[in-house]
Design a protein around this ligand. Structure first.
Ligand code: AHM
Ligand code: MG
Length: 336
């Protein structure tokens, strides 16, 4: 049984046992967790807190911003800017990077986040979440720029998400497995509830937005057609389908009981990119999934190896149970 310890205790133990988790990284994770608690409070208030609906603005990707998108973004910035552990932040909701203001000390870490993923689910009371990724500034030059962020996902030093659902759960990797912490609302602290998260290699469950089927590439069509053919088809088993339309909630299910999640490129987009963002959606989720024994590719290459060329870059995502991800990747490579 998992020991019931707090996130703070877990992080201190990690710091003591693994010299590679410096105190600044521990502080950073604690502050992100504290921000997630504040976001959870706003999410829980819903209509009572006047936080639902649109804010009347658009983000850099031309998507309408919800009030909660903006609140969550501000909470994360305010919580993190003063601690002295960060050089800069980047977010789905901000065009450029946010450099820690001069009035605060500058640290060596870079924090990326999608403050509230699954925005279309906010107003309908379905699970949503915060996704985050931590990099170290590896260049020695003074100051910090967007180029400092453009590191492949394998260089992440920590990543995680917080899902705001029936329970509020923080899921974290520091590069040595995946741990889950459930928010104890009475105590106001995250409590370790699972520390050996493992994704089964095989699954009978897939997650994809089926309404886009006619736009997919042939290898994607082939994979899904074979799943839908069930016992009578080449896979010789029946598949179940789930699509929450919140990546955080879909990935949380996969980390809990296995499955495969896909958001492929489709023919409506000219440049072969998918819908999801590489740096603050795909990379942190790929890191978590690999740390839990699963796999994550862009249907051809490992996501964590991809060199980003811009902050808001989009990417195809296939992640989850290893054998399914390998099969989908092989179908694409065979067809090239
Ligand atoms: P968002 O960051 O604007 O919320 O978009 C990302 C979300 C993912 O959470 C989810 O997997 C996907 O978009 C859902 O897309 P669709 O609306 O096609 O179902
Ligand atoms: Mg998002």
């Amino acid at each position: 049984m998992t020991r019931r310890i707090s996130l703070t205790q877990y992080l201190i133990e990690q710091q003591r046992q693994h010299g590679h988790i410096p105190q600044e990284l521990r502080l950073l994770i604690e502050i992100v967790a504290r921000a997630c608690k504040r976001i959870a409070i706003s999410v829980n208030k819903g209509a009572l807190g006047d936080v639902l609906g649109t804010a009347g603005s658009e983000n850099v990707q031309g998507e309408v911003q919800k009030k909660l998108d903006i609140i969550a973004n501000e909470v994360l910035i305010e919580a993190n800017e003063w601690g002295g552990h960060l050089a800069a932040m980047a977010s789905e909701e901000m065009d450029g990077i946010y450099v820690v203001p001069n009035r605060y000390p500058q640290g060596e870490y870079l924090l990326l986040f999608d403050p509230l993923d699954g925005s279309s689910n906010i107003d309908v009371n379905v699970s949503i979440g915060t996704i985050f990724s931590v990099l170290r500034k590896v260049t020695n030059h003074r100051g910090v720029g967007e180029e400092d962020f453009l590191q492949p996902g394998k260089q992440q030093v920590a990543a995680g998400y917080c899902v705001y659902g029936p329970q509020t759960t923080l899921v974290l990797t520091l590069g040595d497995g995946v741990a889950m912490f459930t928010l104890d609302r009475e105590q106001g602290s995250f409590v370790l509830t699972s520390d050996e998260v493992k994704i089964p290699e095989d699954t009978k469950e897939f997650a994809i937005n089926m309404s886009n089927q006619r736009h997919w590439d042939a290898p994607m069509q082939r994979y899904i057609d074979e799943c839908l053919a069930g016992k009578e088809g080449p896979r010789e088993k029946d598949f179940n389908m789930r699509w929450i339309a919140s990546m955080v909630a879909d990935v949380h299910r996969i980390l809990t009981r296995g499955g495969v999640f896909m958001y492929p490129w489709d023919k409506r987009e000219p440049n072969k990119a998918g819908k999801l963002r590489l740096m603050y959606e795909a990379n942190p989720m790929a890191f978590l999934v690999e740390q839990a024994g699963g796999a994550a590719t862009n249907a051809r290459q490992r996501i964590l190896d991809l060199p980003p060329s811009k902050l808001h870059e989009r990417v195809s995502v296939v992640l989850g149970s290893k054998n399914e991800v390998e099969r989908i990747t092989a179908y694409h490579l065979e067809a090239d």
